[in-house]
Every structure is written in structure tokens, then in C-alpha cells.
Design a protein around this ligand. Structure first.
Ligand code: PXL
Length: 294
């Protein structure tokens, strides 16, 4: 009888102390799915930027040394999740880290590390104030070396130089999906597409030379809240490391977020406090793979 190793996921994100986003949501959901999360903090904030005031310490200058120690320890990862980055220099640091992990076939017997990118740049058709044009261009390069990218519609438009439209036809969205895949990744999910009282995710996958599209549709459970994109990418990354398919992983993420949003609405939690996901973690625990012992 052999035990399979717990999968390890390196996670680039900021640590915002209050407001349920980035590392404070990514770490618990990754753990609940049975995957070991290893954070590389990009910044430390007292709370997320949706509040009127905050403290922020940018960690760009510390990241190379932090990563160097991991190199000296020869640490290996099954996957890398790239979330909130504070500037183009951080993107270069992440790109170097990804390149140092090696590609399949470079080392005999070494499995490929999966690169998951949430290209955090904007929402509702607008670039976040912290993001410059240079940042968007560098993000395209990072997308090219990623395996799975999970942009929202605004970010998908920015990556493909498509003018943003609030209401897009499904055909047009599939064209954007195709463009995203032509940039390099084998899979892309365009998230949070609003269609009446539903939210759609468009899953685009390269499969034996063809492109396969699937639509994951969920009834809207409540208002948009901060941190839901971070929960989404963390669940997709951990779930895929546990050998689930992309569409199944997206469906699980959408269901979990829907439950947490419903709970937040029921409790009248202020929007800026994010989603009350803690008491919904049982849903992920129930979905944890039970096949670790072979
Ligand atoms: O959830 C994305 C996010 C990450 N990090 C910080 C944020 C936000 C969204 O507001 O402010 C610091």
C-alpha cells in the first residue's frame, strides 16, 4: 500500500488582514480541498482596497530573496497559482520563478508543474487604478507561459485587445476565448459573465488539436462581492491538482461561491466584508478526494 503525496501549490497573492480576499480566502479553500498551500506574499495590507483607508507594505524587494531560499532548499511544487501582483517588476519575478520550475520532459520522471494565472487587472470594463498599460502588456507575456488562465470579461478583453462590451453574444465570447488560447495557455475560463439573472463561465480547452467550449451557468445568488475571484481561482487550481477536469472544477467553484454569497446576503454582511465562506467550507471538505491511499 502506497500513500500519494499531498499536492503542493505555491501561491502568489497579497495578505490583506481584513475583508476576505487574496491569501485569507485562498489558503483555507486550498487546504479544504486537501492541497498544501505555500504562500509567497506580494504585499501586506491592513485590509483590501475597497475600504476608504488602508496600510500597505509592498514586498517586491523581498520576493527574490524569499524565493532564493526556496531554491536553496530545492523545494518542488505541483502547481503555481498567480493572483494579485503589485506592479510589473513582480511579474518579472514570477516569470523567473515559473521558468525555474522546468517543463515536462526536462527531467526524467519529473511531472510538470501546472501554472494557474488569475490576471487581476480590472472589472466592469475598467482597469484598476494601480494597473498601467505596461502592466497589461507584461500580463500577456505571463499568460503565454501559463497553462490555465481565469480572466473575468474585462481582463479577457484587455488580454486580447478587444473593446469591452457589457453585453456580449456567446459567439463573440467564444472568439475571445479562442484568442486567449492562441496566446499560449491550454485552457482559459472567462468568469462572471452576466446574462439576465444568471452568471456564466465560459470554459475553453484545447483538446487534440481542436478547441472545446463549455458553459457553466448558475443563478445569481446576490450582489458582486470582493474576494470571489480569488476563491474561484484557488478552487480551480487545487481541484485540478487533485485530477479533476477543468469544467468540473469550475462548476465546484461556482457552487461554493453561490452558497457563500447566499449566506452573506442572509446575514446582511456589508459588501466590503466579502463573502461569508467559513461555514460553507464543509462543502469543499465533502468534495475532497478520498483516494490518497492507493
Ligand atoms: O480580491 C482582489 C483583491 C486582492 N488584493 C487586494 C484587493 C483586492 C480587491 O479589492 O484590494 C489588495
Amino acid at each position: 500500500m502506497a500513500m500519494t503525496d499531498t499536492k503542493k501549490l505555491a501561491v502568489f497573492h497579497d495578505m490583506s488582514g481584513y475583508g476576505r480576499c487574496s491569501l485569507t480566502v485562498a489558503l483555507p479553500v486550498i487546504s479544504a480541498l486537501g492541497v498544501q498551500a505555500c504562500p509567497i506574499p506580494t504585499a501586506v495590507l491592513s485590509n483590501h482596497l475597497g475600504f476608504p483607508v488602508w496600510f500597505e507594505r509592498d514586498l517586491t524587494e523581498d520576493m527574490p530573496e524569499y524565493i532564493q531560499k526556496w531554491r536553496e532548499l530545492s523545494l518542488q511544487f505541483d502547481g503555481v497559482l498567480i493572483g494579485y501582483l503589485a506592479g510589473s517588476r513582480q511579474m518579472e519575478i514570477v516569470t523567473d520563478f515559473v521558468a525555474s520550475l522546468g517543463k515536462p520532459g526536462e527531467e526524467e520522471g519529473k511531472e510538470k508543474s501546472w501554472i494557474f494565472l488569475d490576471p487581476v487587472m480590472g472589472d466592469h470594463g475598467k482597469l484598476y487604478s494601480s494597473c498601467t498599460d505596461e502592466f497589461v502588456q507584461t500580463m500577456k507575456q505571463l499568460a503565454a507561459v501559463s497553462d490555465v488562465i481565469v480572466p473575468n470579461l474585462t481582463e479577457a478583453c484587455l488580454l486580447t485587445d478587444t473593446p469591452y462590451r457589457d453585453i456580449c453574444s456567446r459567439k463573440k465570447l467564444q472568439e475571445i476565448g479562442k484568442k486567449l488560447l492562441s496566446m499560449g495557455p491550454s485552457s482559459a475560463v472567462i468568469t462572471g459573465i452576466s446574462e439576465g439573472s444568471f452568471l456564466l463561465n465560459l470554459v475553453c480547452e484545447k483538446k487534440s488539436g481542436d478547441i472545446h467550449f463549455s458553459w457553466i451557468k448558475k443563478k445569481k445568488a446576490g450582489a458582486n462581492r470582493p474576494g470571489t475571484g480569488d476563491i474561484f481561482s484557488a478552487i480551480v487550481a487545487a481541484s485540478m491538482l487533485e485530477h479533476r477536469g477543468l469544467a468540473e472544477s469550475v462548476s465546484m467553484a461556482a457552487e461554493f461561491i453561490s452558497r457563500a454569497v447566499k449566506r452573506s446576503e442572509m446575514l446582511h454582511t456589508p459588501i466590503q466584508e466579502g463573502v461569508c465562506f467559513e461555514k460553507e467550507l464543509g462543502f469543499l471538505l465533502k468534495n475532497q478526494r478520498k483516494s490518497e491511499i492507493l
